[in-house]
Design a binder for this molecule. Structure first.
Ligand code: HXC
Length: 259
């Protein structure tokens, strides 16, 4: 779909996206890039990064891929340094890396729980923390969250806890870094989004149908819907938005279809 935003709203900006090689992270990378930003994507899998960078470059976007795991502080620091070396600055940090699998709490080991907290919550904090020195010069942060924890979601105890922590740190950083440095920190909480690992791995077909039926807008979300929310928050359109997590789910969480 064609973007409703002008093509130059992020001209001269530099965006770094964790989990930017696939899914929602990639889509946000592509839309930030199409609207003028240079793009660095971070991920664990080289082949995924390589093909994402080729795809971004074929759209005319100035893009690089940097291998790294958000669970490792030294990787976070190196990836941010490389972004600065390549592009000279960092304006937009998008934390989209996430771990997930469907498992009843009874069968989830504490280490499995910790692994997802490590990726989603601590990984997000680590990236924000390492990027702060550059974001102080005028940057913004977008944390990708979820709506799982607004009520409770079957077999997602680990991710629900992790995303609740992400929302909380979005607010705390918005308060502290907004006040001290003018850094806006916001989140996006996607609902079920077509063609993502989240949905293919987590939602069986009958639940997908229920999600569609429960949505006030009677459809699943598209990655594009999330990318448009990111453009709003990253651009001057979102200049007075700080500390909020924007729910982009067509209203599905209001009715919480039983999974
Ligand atoms: C139970 C599991 C498990 C599973 C891993 N573990 N997979 N437990 N069921 N399917 C446990 C392991 O047994 C181990 O605990 C611990 O987790 C670490 O496992 P590793 O395989 O060593 O970890 P690692 O290789 O680092 O992989 C972590 C990972 C990650 C979380 C599994 O690779 C992953 O999920 N990648 C996919 C990313 C993804 O799908 N992203 C989209 C997220 S969608 P023990 O005790 O045995 O040592 C999303 C949206 C949510 O977040 C909203 C949807 C509507």
């Amino acid at each position: 779909m064609e973007s409703p935003f002008k093509g130059d709203i992020l001209k001269g900006k530099v965006g770094l996206l964790t989990g930017g090689g696939s899914g929602i992270g990639y889509e946000i990378a592509a839309e930030l890039g199409k609207h003028g930003a240079s793009i660095a994507i971070m991920g664990r899998r080289k082949h995924v990064l390589d093909s994402a960078v080729s795809a971004l470059q074929s759209l005319g976007i100035h893009a690089i891929g940097i291998e790294g795991d958000v669970r490792k502080r030294e990787d976070a620091a190196r990836v941010i340094e490389t972004t600065i070396t390549q592009f000279g600055k960092l304006d937009i940090l998008v934390n989209a890396a996430a771990g997930n699998f469907l498992v009843p709490a009874e069968n989830l080991s504490p280490n499995g729980f910790r692994t997802v907290i490590d990726i989603d919550a601590i990984g997000t904090f680590t990236m924000c923390h390492e990027a702060l020195i550059y974001l102080k010069k005028g940057g913004t942060i977008i944390n990708i969250s979820a709506t799982l924890h607004y009520t409770a979601t079957w077999y997602q105890i680990h991710v629900s806890a992790a995303k609740a922590a992400v929302d909380s740190l979005t607010r705390s950083l918005a308060l502290e870094w907004g006040t001290d440095y003018g850094i806006r920190v916001n989140g996006i909480a996607p609902g079920p989004i077509d063609d993502t690992a989240g949905v293919t791995k987590l939602l069986p077909d009958d639940v997908k149908r229920k999600s569609r039926e429960a949505s006030a807008l009677y459809r699943m979300g598209k990655k594009w819907d999330i990318a448009m929310a990111a453009l709003y928050l990253a651009s001057d359109a979102g200049n007075f938005v700080n500390g909020t997590t924007l729910v982009v789910d067509g209203g599905i969480w209001l009715s919480n279809p039983r999974h």
